[in-house]
Design a protein around this ligand. Structure first.
Ligand SMILES: NC(=O)c1ccc[n+]([C@@H]2O[C@H](COP(=O)([O-])OP(=O)(O)OC[C@H]3O[C@@H](n4cnc5c(N)ncnc54)[C@H](OP(=O)(O)O)[C@@H]3O)[C@@H](O)[C@H]2O)c1
Length: 267
C-alpha cells in the first residue's frame, strides 16, 4: 500500500490525481475526502501506518521551525513503529540553505538518515507557481519584487508531482538517494516582466517588508520566510539550474518554468 500525506495541498492534489486509477493508494489528509484517511501530524492518534509499504510525506512546512520539526518527528517515529518499508520526503533544494525554512527540512533529512527506514529525499526547488505568488505584477503592471538582478531556477509544480509519483510507486531503486530537483532555466525579474509585458522595478527589502506587514495577511513567521526568499534570489543563491537529475527522473523535457509562472499569474 502507498499512502500520501498532505494530499489536499497543491502538490498533494497533483500527486493523487496521477494515482487516481490505483486501488493500492490511500489518501492521507487532515481533511480527507470519503475513502481517505485522516492523517494530521499534530494529532498522534491519526498516525497509524500499519500495512503501509511506502509513505510519501509531503512536508508540512507552513509553521514555525519547532512546530514543523515536531510534526516531522511524529510522522517518522510513527512510520518506524509501524514498519513502513520506505518513506519518500519532499524537501527543499540544497541551494536553498539561506532560506529561513531550510532548517526544518535539513533537520528532517538528518532524522531520516538516522532512522530505521528506507528513504528517499526529493529536494524540490522553488515552484514557478510560488514565484507567481511572490513576484506577480501589481495592478499598475509593475513587478516590484526585490529580486535585484538575481534569478531563480524555478520548477513547475507538476513536474515535481510527476517525479514524486515515479519515485513513490517504485521506491527501491531510489533508496538512500537525495535528488536535487531544480528547473532548467533561471528566471529573473526582467524575464518575468518581459513574458507578461510588464515592467520590473524592484523595491528594496525594507519597503517590501513594510508592504507585507502593512497588508496584514502574513503570519509573523511568514515575513522572514518571504524576505529570505527574495534575498536569496537577489543574492544569486538560487540560480543553479538542473544538472540533468530532473530531466532524467521525468524521462522527458521539464515543463518550461516561465509558462507555469505565466499560467499561474493569469489564474
Ligand atoms: N518548493 C516550493 O516552492 C514550496 C512552496 C511552498 C511550500 N512548499 C513546501 O512544500 C509543501 C507542499 O507544497 P504545496 O504547494 O502542496 O503546499 P500547500 O498547498 O500549502 O499544502 C500544504 C500541505 O501541508 C500539509 N499539512 C499542513 N499541516 C499538516 C499537518 N499538521 N499534518 C499533515 N499535513 C499537514 C497539508 O495537508 P492536508 O491539508 O491535506 O492535511 C498540505 O498538503 C508545503 O507544505 C511546504 O512545506 C514548497
Amino acid at each position: 500500500m502507498l499512502m500520501i500525506t498532505g494530499a489536499t495541498g497543491a502538490l498533494g492534489t497533483l500527486v493523487t490525481a496521477r494515482l487516481a486509477d490505483r486501488d493500492d493508494v490511500v489518501i492521507g489528509s487532515r481533511s480527507p475526502a470519503p475513502g481517505g484517511r485522516r492523517v494530521d501530524f499534530d494529532d498522534p492518534a491519526t498516525l497509524d501506518f500499519t500495512g503501509v509499504d511506502t509513505l510519501l510525506v509531503i512536508s508540512a512546512g507552513a509553521a514555525e521551525d519547532d512546530v514543523v520539526i515536531t510534526r516531522h518527528e511524529a510522522v517518522i517515529s510513527a512510520a518506524e513503529k509501524a514498519g513502513v518499508g520506505h518513506l519518500v520526503y519532499t524537501s527543499l533544494s540544497g541551494d536553498g540553505d539561506h532560506l529561513t525554512y531550510a532548517l526544518a527540512h535539513r533537520w528532517t533529512e538528518r532524522r531520516l538518515r538516522g532512522s530505521s527506514l528506507e528513504w528517499t529525499v526529493l529536494r524540490n526547488g522553488l515552484y514557478a507557481e510560488f514565484l507567481a505568488a511572490v513576484a506577480a505584477p501589481g495592478p499598475d503592471g509593475t513587478i516590484a519584487a526585490p529580486l535585484g538582478t538575481g534569478r531563480l531556477a524555478a520548477v513547475a509544480r507538476e513536474d515535481l508531482a510527476d517525479v514524486a509519483v515515479r519515485v513513490a510507486t517504485d521506491p527501491a531503486p531510489h533508496s538512500g538517494r537525495t535528488y536535487e530537483l531544480v528547473g532548467e532555466q533561471a528566471l529573473g525579474g526582467a524575464d518575468l516582466a518581459a513574458a507578461l509585458d510588464a515592467t520590473y522595478e524592484p523595491a528594496t527589502l525594507a519597503a517590501t517588508r513594510e508592504a507585507i506587514t502593512a497588508a496584514g495577511q502574513a503570519l509573523p513567521f511568514q515575513v522572514p520566510m518571504l524576505l529570505s526568499t527574495y534575498s536569496a534570489i537577489a543574492g544569486g543563491f538560487l540560480d543553479r539550474t538542473d544538472d540533468g537529475t530532473l530531466r532524467s527522473l521525468l524521462g522527458r523535457e521539464p515543463r518550461p518554468a516561465i509558462e507555469a509562472y505565466m499560467a499561474s499569474v493569469r489564474g
